[in-house]
Write a protein that binds this ligand. Structure first.
Ligand code: SF4
Length: 341
């Protein structure tokens, strides 16, 4: 059966018309799904009984079950959801002074194999559908009775490797009759799939693009991120410059600092050289140690020195607050632990 949450509003109108219904029914259904957040067709009381029966026969609502929920001392909540086909995905809710932010997964497993990532031990199984991406937000909002204001595609999976479903999910999130989350409050993080960065620049969606950079030489970056062999740093930076020129939007570069690996002065100098003059921001991330991982976190002193060097040389850099460090906050950790139990 088809998942009704896989459809954006225009597609849902077409579905309804093909069932002999008026297009405005799609707007009513959208409102029930994303504003009233109902969990069954029976709750859609302004829809005729006959149509509700037809909807039940043809569509599921894909309501996730919570397999596990971990609450951190800092309020971060990590969910493990049953996606109803025997697979599980992770979603993380974070609380900031400006509101609630959610980190969603875009795939079950990941093909990219970044060496610092806990998802690396999880084989790629499949892409999540648009509805499964959107359901993560709905399920958390329903569970915690709150409204999410920011969405980051930074959970398990490479979002640009599931391009069409991620873009469609953003249309659903963004729609004022849907969840009405402004595109400026949505951030896509990529390991650097260059052709998809060019494609995203053409979409006219003013979301934030984050690039997982993590190193400034091809040798080092390839040792951390195999994707760099396919799309080396020069090509990646060229695509980023094109993205900025087309969208006039600032790019965020993610740089996870690993002790004695990419955290010395030479690395900071390399970063300045690479990003000088670009409309960008650098997010320094104290790396999360993962079991069997070969990287350990840089000292706080080292991280601050690295940041100060960047700021003193014209690159805006901030250190990301560590959230959920007591609840396996590196992506993939909760899922992997659970599967191993
Ligand atoms: S960091 Fe992201 S892109 Fe890299 S392996 Fe992990 S989930 Fe995939």
């Amino acid at each position: 059966m088809k998942n009704i949450k896989d459809y954006n509003l225009e597609e849902l109108k077409e579905e309804l018309v093909s069932m002999g219904e008026k297009p405005f029914r799609a707007e009513q259904i959208f409102k029930w799904l994303y504003q009233e957040k109902v969990k069954s067709f029976d709750e859609m009381t302004n829809i005729s009984l006959e149509l509700r029966e037809k909807l039940k026969e043809n569509y599921t609502m894909c309501n996730f079950n919570i397999l596990k929920k971990q609450v951190s001392r800092d309020g971060t909540i990590k969910y493990l959801f049953d996606v109803l086909d025997g697979n599980a995905i992770e979603t993380v809710l974070m609380s900031y002074h400006h509101g609630y932010s959610i980190c969603v997964s875009s795939q079950i497993g990941c093909k990219m194999g970044c060496k610092f990532c806990a998802s690396t031990g999880i084989n790629f199984i499949r892409n999540l559908t648009s509805g499964e991406i959107v359901e993560q937000i709905l399920a958390v909002e329903q569970d915690e009775k709150l409204r999410i204001s920011n969405v980051v595609f930074m959970g398990i999976g490479e979002p640009l490797d599931n391009y069409d479903n991620v873009i469609n999910a953003i249309h659903i999130l963004n729609n004022q009759k849907g969840l009405s989350i402004g595109a400026r409050h949505i951030s896509i993080s990529t390991s650097g799939l260059v052709p998809k960065i060019y494609k995203l620049a053409e979409e006219n969606i003013p979301c934030t693009l984050s690039i997982s950079l993590h190193a400034t030489t091809n040798e080092k970056r390839s040792s951390m991120m195999p994707v760099n062999d396919a799309y080396p740093i020069e090509e990646l930076i060229k695509a980023c410059k094109d993205y900025i020129a087309k969208t006039n939007r600032r790019i965020s570069f993610e740089y996870a600092l690993a002790k004695d690996n990419n955290d010395n002065l030479e690395d900071a100098k390399g970063l300045v050289k690479l990003l000088k003059g670009m409309l960008c921001h650098v997010n320094l991330i104290p790396i999360n140690k993962i079991e069997n991982g070969s990287y350990t976190k840089s000292s706080n002193e080292h991280i601050m020195k690295f940041r100060d060097y960047l700021n003193d040389h014209g690159i805006v850099a901030t250190i990301r607050r560590e959230l959920g460090s007591d609840i396996d906050a590196a992506c993939g950790q909760l899922r992997r632990k659970n599967l191993e139990q």
